[in-house]
Design a protein around this ligand. Structure first.
Ligand SMILES: [Zn+2]
Length: 304
């Protein structure tokens, strides 16, 4: 579906939602918004990467796998399942289209599917000048993954290479569907490779390990040392190379034995402040809870 079609679909959805809101108001169910309801002013796509996960020092890891799915992702899902660990997959739209059964499996096994653009484009100035191109990179992938999102799950976007511009937030937030994304989400662990005085990795980024032709064992040393220093965080991997899968397979039992807990991005409280309430501009926030009760639908109706 092209950006234009998608915008029209989104417009229709917005209209449907406003009708739903009006209907709820007419039923006059008066409810108070929960105290934790996000502040709309602070929600929506952000003008810079979201760096603060709040997980450092908590012995909690959010494993994130970017750029897939690929032919190696099934093996990774087997490993995660064996340890009952849920992760977050920042998929590319062009890859997701090729592997719908893997997306269904991710959903069925409790993982969070997230958006990492359609073509892994560096979202630079060209995308500031051309809103349709930016909307296609984010929106076309949303259309591909939407049928595989669990009702009620949060929507997350990570920019390829972490590349972002201030103006992108305004462009994407003008879209009634895409403005519900939390993003762009950055990472705490796995962002760079560094080597200590003895020639051992003190930090690793998997793609850079493989570029340097390191073994999985050599790369793992860097990941484990960075995790040990930070004692938790959002960890970045790429499920497009078999060596990454092998490395994660040996890391997990060690981390479990060390008392680490594993969460999806949906379970990271620091991101809740960026979640955008459903788009009902003419309806006071206090009535949203009533609307949910009235039409008995989950908050993220449009992701189904
Ligand atoms: Zn990537």
């Amino acid at each position: 579906m092209g950006a234009r079609d998608r915008a029209q679909t989104a417009k229709r959805r917005g209209t449907a939602l406003r009708w739903a809101g009006a209907l709820a108001l007419s039923t006059a169910i008066v409810m108070f918004a929960p105290a934790s309801f996000p502040d709309p002013a602070s929600a929506q796509f952000q003008e810079a990467n979201i760096h603060h996960s709040g997980l450092l020092g908590t012995k909690t890891l959010a494993l994130t796998f970017d750029d897939g799915p690929s032919r190696f992702t099934g093996e990774l899902l087997d490993i995660l399942k064996a340890h009952n660990i849920k992760a977050t997959f920042f998929v590319l739209g062009r890859q997701a289209e090729r592997f719908p059964t893997l997306l269904a499996r991710m959903r069925d096994e409790g993982h969070v599917i997230a958006n990492h653009s359609t073509t892994h484009a560096r979202l630079g100035r060209k995308y500031s000048r051309n809103a349709d191109m930016l909307l296609a990179e984010v929106g076309d992938t949303h259309e591909v993954i939407a049928p595989f999102l669990r009702p009620g799950q949060g929507l997350y976007f990570r920019a390829p290479y972490g590349f972002w511009r201030v103006s992108h937030a305004e462009t994407l937030n003008a879209d009634p569907v895409l403005r519900h994304y939390v993003g762009p989400v950055f990472w705490d662990i796995g962002g760079h490779t560094s080597i200590d005085g003895e020639g051992k990795a003190s930090a690793s980024a998997d793609w850079d390990c493989w570029r340097r032709e390191w073994t999985a064992e050599e790369c793992e040393v860097g990941y484990m040392r960075e995790i040990a220093r930070k004692k938790g965080g959002v960890a970045l991997f790429h499920d497009v190379r078999e060596r990454t899968i092998k490395m994660v397979e040996t890391m997990i039992p060690v981390l479990v034995a060390d008392g680490y807990r594993f969460v999806t991005l949906d379970q990271v409280p620091a991101y809740d402040q960026y979640k955008t309430p459903q788009d009902l501009p003419s309806v006071p926030v206090a009535s949203l809870e009533g609307r949910q009760l009235a039409d008995n639908s989950p908050r993220w109706t449009w992701v189904q």
